[in-house]
Design a protein around this ligand. Structure first.
Ligand SMILES: NC(=O)c1ccc[n+]([C@@H]2O[C@H](COP(=O)([O-])OP(=O)(O)OC[C@H]3O[C@@H](n4cnc5c(N)ncnc54)[C@H](O)[C@@H]3O)[C@@H](O)[C@H]2O)c1
Length: 229
């Protein structure tokens, strides 16, 4: 799958590269914070935890090749990547479902520092309405439409129980949200043109558990189907 670049509609960047750009951005920010002005592709690859050939290929999609013998200008590359991802602009975001996870997300300072401004916290539970979380008052979910219109919200976060997630997604799409970050353990169905990213920490843990089991020489080393790959 590919993603169309935001800065040049004719240029297409592979989805896997798009997924690594925020990692490069974070690594470059750490380098800049420690006063480093230029870096080699090897330095940046190490900081980002990828191999340097992959990094050079990824950056070539941005038209960024570095300077032979000097490497990459850290600030300029940060700017290029931030522009490509779209985080040089401010993105208003709404969070729906202000329970345990919604509270944690609302309190996460990393959104704002990366250009994501939480403009509204919405919940269906009337007992939560008016409560302040991270300085933002929880509002009724029914207010979604005017909030999206007022702030030009394109990105919505779902932190409701699984049973409510599809309905929340449908309402988001109906009012014009075109990107959804879904934390609920539910597979969402959305129309073409709407992007959904799913975050599931328990799946990540299960993948680690699988590798732990293999390290320990557990059952997954001996396929139950008689050895077929
Ligand atoms: N992806 C992850 O890694 C991860 C981690 C933790 C929890 N979760 C998931 O996140 C979700 C929230 O977990 P939690 O512990 O915060 O739950 P919670 O019960 O504390 O909070 C859920 C909130 O959603 C609200 N809600 C329910 N239906 C709604 C609707 N139709 N519209 C608007 N709001 C609605 C509830 O009133 C409640 O405040 C769950 O689906 C859980 O499985 C995912």
């Amino acid at each position: 799958m590919t993603t169309r670049s935001s800065t040049d509609a004719t240029r297409v960047i592979p989805e896997a590269t798009v997924a690594r750009l925020p990692v490069y951005l974070r690594a470059l920010t750490a380098l800049a914070d420690s006063g480093i002005r230029t870096c080699s592709s090897e330095d940046l690859a190490t900081a980002a935890g990828v191999n340097s050939a992959k990094l050079r290929k990824d950056l070539s999609y941005l038209g960024s090749y570095g300077t032979r013998g000097v490497g990459y200008d850290v600030d300029y590359l940060r700017y290029q990547i931030a522009r490509e991802i779209g985080v040089t602009q401010d993105w208003p975001v709404v969070i729906v479902g202000i329970g345990n996870l919604g509270h944690a997300l609302a309190n996460f300072s990393g959104f704002r520092s990366r250009g994501f401004r939480v403009v509204a916290l919405l919940d269906a539970d009337s007992t939560l309405i008016g409560q302040s979380v991270a300085g933002v008052a929880v509002q009724p979910f029914d207010e979604l439409e005017p909030i999206v219109r007022e702030h030009g919200v394109a990105i919505g976060v779902i932190a409701t129980p699984a049973f409510a997630a599809q309905d929340v997604a449908d309402r988001m799409v109906a009012v014009g949200i075109t990107s959804i970050l879904n934390f609920a353990p539910a597979v969402l169905s959305v129309p073409d043109g709407v992007d959904v990213r799913k975050v599931d920490l328990s799946i990540e843990l299960q993948i680690l558990a699988y590798h732990e089991q293999r390290k320990a020489g557990g059952a997954s080393n001996a396929p139950a189907d008689g050895g077929a790959a």
